[in-house]
Each structure stands twice: as C-alpha cells, then as structure tokens.
Ligand binder design. Structure first.
Ligand code: HDE
Length: 724
C-alpha cells in the first residue's frame, strides 16, 4: 500500500490547514502532521470526530475514564508516530476496550428475549380474610412493579413473533419485601416434574449439531420429546392454539400456573391461583400474519409496547384470583398440584381484586430489563408455596442461574432488583459488594451493636405448617397426575370452530417440518385420545394414509364440561383504543376523505399512520402535501390492526401493478382485517383478490369502518384457509 503523504488521522480530502487551532492538548505524536507530529503542542487535525463534536455545540460534562480522569482525545489511540505501533501504555484505550469486551453477560438459558416496563399494582378488593400480605389487604395502595414479557425458546436477539409461550414476570416491590409472580401466558406447562426441564428446553432449542432452528418448536427434537411425553398434551393444545402468536404483549393473559397458598394471621391456608387479564382483551394473530410479522419487524412486540407507553396508552391488566380450600381441592376430578392442569372457572370462579398499569419504559435496557432477576421463591409473609413439584424445582433454579448470569451473590443490590423497603442482614462481601457495612457485628446472636438486625417472630415470614405426606421416600409420580388427555380434550372441544381449525393447521405446519416419520406418527397417535376428528384432520393435512394408532393411555380420557375461558374468539375487546390503523395514500388521494377517516379513527381512540410509496408523502387532491409515517415497502399491512386505502384513479391503476401495494390489501384480507377503500382503490383490491364481506367497507362510511375495525372478521376464515 502506498504510503500517504498526509497524516492518517485526517480523513481523505480534508487537509489540516497550517493555522489549525488546537481542539485539545493531544499527547505527543498521537495526531498531527507526519514528521512534525512529535511536537507536544501539535494541533488536532480538523475534521476528526472530536472536532465535529465541538461543532455540534451544547455544554457537556467532561468525558472521563472510570477513574475520573478527563479524556483529551476520544478519537485516537496513543501511537509511536502517526503510522507507528499503538502503545500498551494507552490506559485510556485499554480501559475502554476492556470494558467493551465485557459488555455482554450470559443470556437467560430460557426467556432470553424480553421487553419490560415499570408501573404499579393497585388493589381494589381486600383479601384480608385469606392473607396477611399487605399487598393484598391494603385497598387503594399503589405498589411499584417491574414487568418483563419474554419468548421462551429464542436467544436475546431473536424475533418477537415466533410461535412460542410468552413469559409474564412481575416483580412487586412491596413494603414487606419483593414478591415475584413469575408466570406465563398459558396456564399449564409441558411437564410435571423439574427433572424433565433441561430435557424439554434442550429439545426445543436449536439442535446442538446444526445450531438451527432458532426460536422455533417446528423441528424433530422437540416433537420427538413431546411424542414420548404424554403429560405434555394439554400444554401442546394451548401451544398450538393462537395463544402463542399474540398480536401484542398488551393483549396477552398471564397465569401464575401453580397453586400457591395464602396464609392468614393465624396461619390458616387457602390455595390461590393468579390470573392476569388484559384490559384490551385477548388478541392473537393468524399464523400467516405472524410469519410475515417476523420479516416486517423483528421487534414488533417490543416496539408496540414502547410506542404505546410513550404515547400514554398505558397497558393495563386486571389481577384475578381463584381461591379454594384443601377440602375443595380434594373433590376436584384432577390434582391441582399437577401443573399440566387448570382449575376450570366453572369449578372455581376468578375474582378480580386489582389492576396493574405499566406506565414507564425503562431508562436503560441493560441495567433494568437485562439485569432484572425474577425468582418464584421471592415471597412475602402471607403467601406460601404449594407442593406442586414443578414449583418446588423452580425454587432452586432461578437463584442458581442468576448467580452465574449476574456474576455473584450481590445481584440483589443492582437497583432494579433491590427491595424498596429497608433490608439488612449479616450476609457480607462477595463479588461486586455495593454496600459499605459498618461496625463489628456481622453475626447473630450478638450483643455488641444496638442497631444490628434481628429476626422478628411476629412480622417475619412463616411457612405453612403442612402435614407431611405419608408416602415413602422415592422417585415417584403421583397416581393423581396420570390423566394426560382429559383436560387436553376439554381445551380442544371448548374452542370455536376457526380456533380448532387454526390449532389443527398449527400441528400440520409443525409436524411438516419434522423429518422423522415415526415422530410425526407418534404425535398424531396422541391426538386420537384428545379428539379423533383432530387426529384425522392432522393426519389428512400431513398426507398420512391412515390415522396412526393411539398409544396406551395410563388413564383413559373422560369428558369434562366445556371451559369457555380458554377461547380467544369473543375475548378481544371491541374497541379501537390503543390500536393502530394504516391508511395507504398516493398522489391525488382525496384530502377530505382522508381527513374524515382519520378523525373518525382518532375519535375512536386509534393511532393513525399514513403509508405512501414515498416517505416524503404525496400531494393530495387539495394540492397540499401529506407526509407519510411509513414507506410502503417497509410498512406492510401486517403491522396494523385495520387498514384504509384512499387512491386516485391513476394511483389505483398504478399501484395495482406494485407488489408491495397488492400485498398490503391481500394480506389485510387474508389476516381477517377490516379494509376501507374508495373507488380509486378498486383495481388494487381486485389485484389483491380481496373479496366482499362486512369487513370491506366504503371509505365514505367511516362509522361502518370503525365498527368493522374493532374486531377480526372471523366469518371470512372459511374462505381463506381450507387446508388443515
Ligand atoms: Fe422458568 N426459568 N423454569 N418457568 N421462567 C427461568 O430463570 C425453570 C417455568 C419463567 O423475565 C430461568 O432468571 C425451571 C414455569 C419466566 O427474567 C430459569 C422450571 C413458568 C422466566 C428457569 C421452569 C416459568 C423464567 C432462566 C421447571 C411459568 C423469565 C433465567 C421446573 C409459571 C423471567 C432466569 C424473566 C426463567 C427455570 C418452568 C416462567 C433457568 C427449572 C412453569 C417468565 O431459572
């Protein structure tokens, strides 16, 4: 390479003029002018990042090292001559690079991809009859919370919208200590015993030899495990339903899954199951929409949560509890300690006792969302565990994993994890100790220091005095956990017809990605116990010649009454509040129609975004330019809840030949969304094969559009997807 005449620190084409003024005192030879660079008073070259920074203006605090030493030059490392070697002596460079090298911590082994927000929980109804936990007895008190939503299988950088269970973890910073409700958006789990957790997680993660697929259950190892694990069948029904392809994190339910105990002042116990219900109702995508969202926006759910919180559309959930006694539980036709079972609401209704509002996005993703450490063992007095074996296993795992993920035993001192009530004990030292403990006493009993902390019999945490199980020690599974199919059947049969169709299609999609025939066959065999029509449908969808035989069932399934609470259809709130409408325009679009439609949508509570072929927008019929919020190719209709298309005749014919525009309407149609359109848009709708139904409305009839946009057009479904 030819040796340049000018110093390399100066960008090509920008020669430092001889009268350049010093921007900083730069170390000798660090920058400058070739042979003259040894001059300790050498000027900084013009056009370096530092100089551009100075020009950007503003009054800024000095940039320093971690030791507080002010840094003179943040663009150039210390070199022996302008083209010479970089010096080890450059403590500023070494500190900066070393810190950078250590910026990543191990990601969570599960639930690595997550988004979180601050907010509060407010109790409406006292549960003092059941628990002494103040968070559930002090009506009207607002307890701060930090809530993290996550996918389970993918890595931290994976997309937001795969088919996957969503984590729903809430840290309540109560005045009696932190209470973590670490739940999911599905009320049951794959396995009954923690011994199987590493296996189910290994099976769903990318396969170890080939390192794919990322964030997907549609592969051999997962279905191999599942097909050999009948206890997973109820969860599989939920996982293959549209629950695992939510439209927004703001429209998912949350469940604590396990039974917990409430303990009153006397220590009397009532079992409790926790439920979160989104105020917007439940809303999911259809699978094709979820697939297309993955390419439209990797961060769809994170962005949606962020944008809505920033816009003041604070997501809200009601907290519900199911309360039941030991005697009532004994009469259930299943074991409530089995985490593959729900307690149907017909048996124990859900009582709403309070609400959670998320109203503040974190200031810093790493410090808060990444470093937050949830643990089901974080309980407060008045709440206790049940003997659910899965819960018992979890009590060990979270602290253990956090010791390595967060690097040592003091992660409770990281601001996001600290209780907001006083906390003190005799635990000391360790990596990254942040507290400067004073005094001589770091033990108990002690008499040397008045203010040293002591246990408090009255206020302290007391466990429920559970009578021992009379069984013998052993690696056993209770008989009462043996029915793996009845609740799976109850779930499937409780769904509406389109939901059943989606579930069957999901199984066909997943199993079609499975290469090993015996795995597909074993899985379909289980479906026979759940519902023979489902097994038949999936077998047909896979092109099997016959439905494979069902495996032996330890307990033959029984019919349970339908549980309407498992459905999604009918549970979406019919509102446009906190929803987004996309309006496609182009040159010459009708200004008055746009104004009227926009007003009607905004009056109904929606956010409106304008999409146009060019980001600069388009000149409307009134001669004024309307800027766009999104450019057509990068803003497909999948990101909206409903769309409108307002086009001049010319634009309509032009866009009918533009594939991004054709997709815009075709996908809105295929994803059961409402479409308002004017006459100019007709050729485009025709090109997109958009049919006619109650969801396709004349843009002039704003109220018809608003009504149609509030819900999905389920009646359209049979026209669109006929294959399982
Ligand atoms: Fe978790 N789970 N889990 N899990 N889990 C973790 O803890 C584990 C289970 C759940 O946003 C890990 O800090 C075991 C059920 C959520 O940070 C780990 C078993 C439910 C999150 C762990 C289960 C959950 C986790 C990984 C079976 C729903 C994310 C990182 C015995 C009730 C929390 C971490 C966040 C995270 C273990 C089963 C929910 C490895 C051993 C059931 C929402 O400790």
């Amino acid at each position: 390479m030819a040796r340049p005449e000018t110093p390399t620190a100066t960008p090509p084409g920008r020669q430092p003029p001889d009268d350049a003024k010093p921007a900083h005192d730069t170390p000798a030879g660090s920058v400058g002018r070739g042979a003259q660079g040894n001059d300790p008073d050498a000027d900084a070259p013009r056009g370096t990042g530092d100089e551009l920074q100075q020009q950007a203006g503003g009054s800024h605090p000095p940039l320093t090292t971690n030791q507080g030493v002010v840094i003179a030059d943040n663009q150039n490392s210390l070199k022996q001559g302008p083209r010479g070697p970089t010096l080890l002596e450059d403590f500023i460079l070494r500190e900066k690079i070393t810190h950078f090298d250590h910026e990543r911590i191990p990601e969570r082994i599960v639930h690595a991809r997550g988004s979180a927000a601050h907010g509060y929980f407010e109790l409406d109804t006292s549960l003092a009859k059941y628990t002494r936990a103040k968070i559930f007895t002090e009506v009207g008190r607002r307890t701060p919370v930090f809530t993290r939503f996550s996918t389970v299988a993918g890595g931290a950088g994976s997309v937001d919208t795969p088919r996957d269970v969503r984590g729903f973890a809430v840290k309540f910073y109560t005045e009696e200590g932190n209470f973590d409700l670490v739940g999911n958006n599905i009320p049951v789990f794959f396995i009954q015993d923690p011994m199987k957790f590493p296996d189910v997680v290994h099976s769903v993660k990318m396969e170890p030899d080939r390192a794919f697929p990322q964030a997907a259950s549609a592969h051999d190892t997962f279905w191999d495990f599942i097909s050999l694990t009948p206890e997973s069948m109820h969860m599989i029904m939920w996982a293959m339903s549209d629950r695992t392809i939510p439209r927004s994190l703001r429209t998912i339910e949350g469940f604590g899954i396990h039974s917990f105990r409430f303990l009153d002042e006397q220590g009397n116990s009532t079992f409790v199951k926790f439920h979160w219900r989104p105020k917007l109702g439940i809303q999911s995508t259809v699978w094709d929409e979820a697939l297309k969202l993955q390419s439209a926006d990797n961060d769809f759910h994170r962005r949606d949560l962020f944008e809505n919180i920033q816009a003041g559309n604070f997501p809200e959930w009601e907290l519900g509890v199911q309360l039941f006694t030991e005697q009532e539980a004994d009469a259930f036709p299943f074991d409530h300690l089995d985490p593959t079972k729900i307690v149907p609401e017909a048996l124990v209704p859900v009582q709403i006792v309070g609400r959670m509002v998320l109203d503040r996005w974190p200031d810093n993703f790493f410090a808060e969302t990444e470093q937050v450490a949830y643990c089901p063992a974080n309980l407060v007095p008045g709440i206790d565990f049940s003997n659910d074996p899965l819960l018992q296993g979890r009590l060990f795992s979270y602290l253990d994993t956090q010791l390595i993920r967060l690097g040592g035993p003091n992660f409770h001192q990281i601001p996001i994890n600290q209780p907001k009530c006083p906390f003190a004990n005799h635990q000391r030292d360790g990596h990254m100790q942040m507290q400067v403990h004073k005094g001589r006493v770091n033990y108990e009993p002690s008499s040397l220091q008045e203010d040293s902390p002591r246990a408090d019999q009255r206020a302290g945490f007391r466990s429920h005095a559970t009578l021992p199980d009379d069984g013998v020690k052993g690696r056993v599974r209770p008989e009462s956990f043996a029915d793996h199919y009845s609740q799976a059947r109850m779930f499937f049969r409780s769904l509406e017809a389109p939901e059943q169709a989606h579930l069957a299609s999901a199984l066909v999609f997943e199993l079609s990605k499975v290469e090993t025939p015996k795995v597909r066959e074993r899985t379909v065999g289980h479906l026979v116990h759940i519902d023979p029509s489902l097994a038949q449908r999936v077998a047909d969808g896979l092109g099997m010649d016959a439905v494979p035989p069902a495996p032996d069932a330890a307990v033959p399934p029984t019919d349970m009454p339908p549980a309407p609470e498992v459905r999604i259809i009918g549970r979406m709130r019919e509102t446009l509040e906190h929803r987004t409408i996309g309006i496609l325009i182009d040159e010459g679009s009708d200004a008055a129609a746009l104004k009227a439609l926009r007003k009607a949508a905004e009056d109904a509570g929606a956010t409106v975004k304008i999409v146009a072929p060019k980001l600069g927008g388009a000149v409307l019929s009134d001669g004024k330019k309307q800027p766009a919020d999104g450019q057509l190719a990068g803003t497909p209709s999948v990101v909206f809840d409903a769309v409108a298309v307002l086009l001049s005749e010319d634009a309509g014919s032009k866009l009918a030949k533009e594939s991004a525009a054709v997709d815009f309407v075709a996908f809105a149609w295929a994803h059961l969304k409402a479409i308002a359109h004017d006459a100019g848009a007709a050729p485009l709708l025709e090109a997109g094969n958009v049919g006619r139904d109650a969801g396709i409305v004349d843009a002039a009839d704003a109220s018809a559009f608003i009504a149609a946009a509030k819900t999905r057009q389920w009646a359209r479904e049979p026209e669109l997807r006929t294959l399982a």
